[in-house]
Unconditional design. Structure first.
Length: 347
């Protein structure tokens, strides 16, 4: 798949009529787009299509997108499709050396990308900082930014949050969809990248440009950066009573040090008996069982995705000991934690 020439709108989409837009300034923006192995296709495509829509609406190259891979070779997405870059990462260093040669860098890497190219990625991050080129992280490379202490605040995907908090307690990590800063901005990825890119347009080219792009791409109301990520099974309580949503939020917010059920009831504003009724009616589970399931899902993700010991994982998910975690894990998933880890490493 050559992402340089295709977009979600499709090559047969009707050409949009130009609109009169009045951005803060009229010069073109030069933006580097870096893809690393196993990148999220939906994240990268969101950026490509939103920037392409700007040029389509104005019938001009308002955004010049420099598509790059670290080596210059095609890069596979997590689903296997190939991203065909224009050139290698050295192109960005050349542009940084010029006045107004590079206005921003968007980067999207998967797990394989950060493990294989950690050094060149860190060099790119530091070069952006030295040259005052804003960096926008929309993939797994955010973990490198946190590890290196380069991101003042980061918004990792919820599945990585417990692990990163355990590994980097000094970091300021948020469950929000994205966070914009002057130098390094981060996004939880996937569909949230649409909101992230629209907000970038609003701040760089103006609200009129961002609004026109939303109308063109049928984006209803872009979500604000303060909105939290959708968590595991949260769709099941989308239409549930507010008290139940508050109880579930309290559970997700207290993984490492689980709350007593009475505390959860207080956080939701109703009695313990009423909370038990709500969980039974809407989730077919007791509050305790549902809470344990949330913590076990987080533990499973850490077992599959990290090299932390069972003792460390049990501490991070509130199970107290490796033996206790192993026992409830086997009941929940039918396999021992070490079996899950072995399968994850083989896949």
């Amino acid at each position: 798949m050559n992402m340089q020439k295709t977009s979600w709108a499709g090559k047969h989409a009707r050409r949009a009529m130009p609109v009169a837009l009045q951005p803060p300034f009229s010069r073109s923006l030069n933006i580097g787009l870096v893809a690393g192995p196993d990148f999220s296709l939906i994240s990268l495509a969101a950026v490509c299509d939103i920037f392409s829509a700007v040029n389509q609406l104005e019938q001009a190259d308002r955004i010049r997108l420099h598509r790059v891979s670290i080596t210059g070779a095609p890069v596979p997405a997590a689903g296997g499709l190939l991203f065909a870059p224009d050139t290698g990462i050295s192109c960005l260093y050349d542009r940084m050396a010029r006045a107004r040669g590079l206005d921003a860098v968007f980067i999207c890497c998967g797990e394989a990308g950060i493990s294989t190219f950690e050094r060149p990625l860190l060099n790119l991050f530091r070069s952006c900082r030295r040259n005052n080129v804003p960096l926008y992280s929309i993939g797994e490379e955010m973990r490198l930014l946190v590890k290196a202490g380069l991101a003042g605040r980061a918004t990792p995907h919820w599945s990585r949050l417990a692990y990163l908090r355990e590994q980097h307690p000094e970091a300021e990590l948020s469950e929000n969809l994205y966070h914009l800063e002057r130098q390094i901005s981060t996004c939880s990825g996937h569909a949230a990248t649409l909101d992230f890119a629209v907000k970038f347009l609003a701040e760089t080219l103006g609200a009129d440009v961002a609004g026109a792009v939303c109308r063109q791409l049928l984006i209803g109301f872009p979500r604000d950066s303060s909105q939290s990520q959708v968590k595991v099974d949260y769709h099941r309580i989308r239409n549930a009573p507010p008290h139940l949503k508050l109880a579930v939020d309290a559970m997700y917010d207290n993984i490492e040090e689980p709350l007593a059920l009475q505390e959860i009831a207080r956080a939701s504003g109703v009695s313990l008996r009423q909370i038990e009724r709500l969980f039974a009616a809407h989730l077919s589970a007791s509050p305790g069982r549902y809470y344990r399931g949330i913590r076990l899902e987080v533990a499973k993700q850490m077992i599959e995705q990290t090299d932390l010991t069972l003792f460390e994982i049990s501490a991070a998910t509130g199970f107290g000991s490796a033996n206790n975690l192993t026992k409830v894990f086997k009941v929940q998933f039918g396999k021992l934690p070490r079996e899950f880890r072995k399968l994850a490493k083989c896949s």
